[in-house]
Design a protein around this ligand. Structure first.
Ligand SMILES: [Zn+2]
Length: 418
């Protein structure tokens, strides 16, 4: 290891201190980790019993193999173990400011980003090891700080700023192709598109079929996925345009849902958390932007309609319904409440609900080679619940162990060093 000459003064010894800590960290990371488990939901719908998961260099080295000598061992045998969850729709920078109100655009950027860091930590400790932010340009620094600087948080995929449909004014197909290329250059992981207007006006399309075709085909060309905020007719238009994922989907007909299933379009409807969170936090939102009394009345009214749509979605044969909460201010760290709405309120099978936030979401986000399952070669993004979510879905609220990339960030059960 690099050793600085002893004559170097204060700044150098600080550097040495940092280096030696880095060395210890690397050594701890290099030591294999063994998770002793009795119940594993593998993220693909299978249950594994009484086995060991071996983690090496941040990845799952084996499941059911021999435990290596000198490993750090975590005994998770009283818990239910599963892959870290994936939330396909979050807004980490949304938060309430010091006055208790939804923070606005005029807030200093460093405050917004710090709030994003706090929300990221909340989501990680709640069991979410990957989230897709849809989106804000500020997510880029947050994503990079987590990836490069070791800021604790989930792996973030971000759309940066979305493309807002404004009819013809949004741009010609050629202009929209250029916008997509610019997003790719700016480092976006995905393109977010608003293709429908407000629910209050019936959620009419704000982008034509030609415009959607241009955006989604150009994105495919540059290797980016597309996620479309869509209501009513825009749901089918997005699928027809070959876009990857449709969000929300209110006023989609059963026929539209079948169309999505046939075209392999991922669907992410929300069963309760986002609207209930607005209603619960009404004083923090009311009076800001379009958060009027009328808007809250509307949210109250459409909540059961969203839940009915969700029931139709899970009954649609072959439709890939993934897990995304649309977590806004007040909802970060409570993302798993969406599971409770999906299972308890809308009748989804608990295993299907969990898989929708594991392998299915990973596939939708194009990260199935890295996340979403407990299998050799994948990142060691692993969580454990105190309880059995297949019997009682509220166990998703009791996340007592969170490992991301082989590093344990939350560990409430006893640790044994062997
Ligand atoms: Zn959203």
């Amino acid at each position: 290891m690099f050793m600085p000459p002893t004559r170097l003064r204060f700044t150098a010894s600080l550097a040495l201190l940092v280096l030696s800590h880095a060395g210890n960290f690397a050594a701890a990371q290099d030591r294999p980790v063994v998770l002793r488990v009795s119940t594993v939901l593998d993220g693909r719908g299978k249950i594994l019993r009484n086995t060991v998961i071996v983690v090496e260099s941040g990845k799952i080295a084996s499941v059911g193999g021999a435990a290596p000598q000198g490993a750090i061992t975590y005994d998770l045998s009283t818990l239910t173990v599963l892959p870290g969850w994936i939330d396909a729709h979050v807004h980490p920078t949304w938060h309430f400011d010091a006055t208790g109100k939804l923070a606005g655009e005029n807030e200093p950027k460093e405050q917004t980003v710090l709030a994003g860091a706090a929300n990221s930590w909340k989501m990680l400790t709640a069991g979410f090891t990957t989230v897709q932010s849809l989106g804000s340009p500020l997510d880029k620094d947050l994503r990079d700080a987590i990836d490069r600087l070791g800021l604790p948080g989930p792996h973030i995929l971000t759309s940066l700023d979305p493309i807002f449909g404004r009819g013809e004014a949004t741009g010609t197909p050629d202009e929209l192709r250029a916008v997509v290329q610019q997003h790719a250059k700016n480092g976006a992981d995905v393109i977010k598109i608003f293709a429908s207007g407000s629910i209050r006006e019936g959620g009419k399309p704000t982008l034509s079929q030609d415009q959607l075709n241009a955006i989604c085909s150009e994105a495919k060309k540059v290797g980016l996925r597309t996620v479309v905020h869509a209501y009513g007719p825009s749901v089918r238009m997005a699928s027809l345009a070959g876009c990857t994922e449709v969000e929300h989907g209110l006023y989609a007909t059963d026929d539209d849902l079948r169309f999505l299933a046939e075209h392999g379009t991922y669907f992410d409807p929300q069963a309760g958390l986002v609207l209930q969170n607005y209603l619960d936090n009404k004083p923090h939102y009311l009076g800001i932007g379009n958060y009027t009394e009328a808007a809250f009345d509307l949210m109250q009214k459409v909540l059961p309609e969203f839940q009915e749509l969700f029931r139709h979605a899970i009954r649609t044969l072959g439709l890939k319904v993934i897990f995304g909460t649309d977590a806004v201010a007040g909802a970060h760290g409570r993302n798993a409440e969406e599971f409770v709405f999906r299972v308890q309120t809308c009748g989804q099978d608990p295993m299907a609900a969990l898989v929708s936030a594991n392998s299915l979401a990973a596939e939708a986000l194009g990260i199935q080679d890295r996340a979403g399952s407990i299998a050799p070669g994948l990142d060691a993004d692993i969580i454990a619940l105190d309880g059995d979510p297949l019997k009682d879905i509220t166990a998703v609220r009791r996340v007592v162990f969170v490992m991301r990339g082989g590093k344990a960030f939350v560990n409430q059960p006893p640790v044994q060093n062997k």
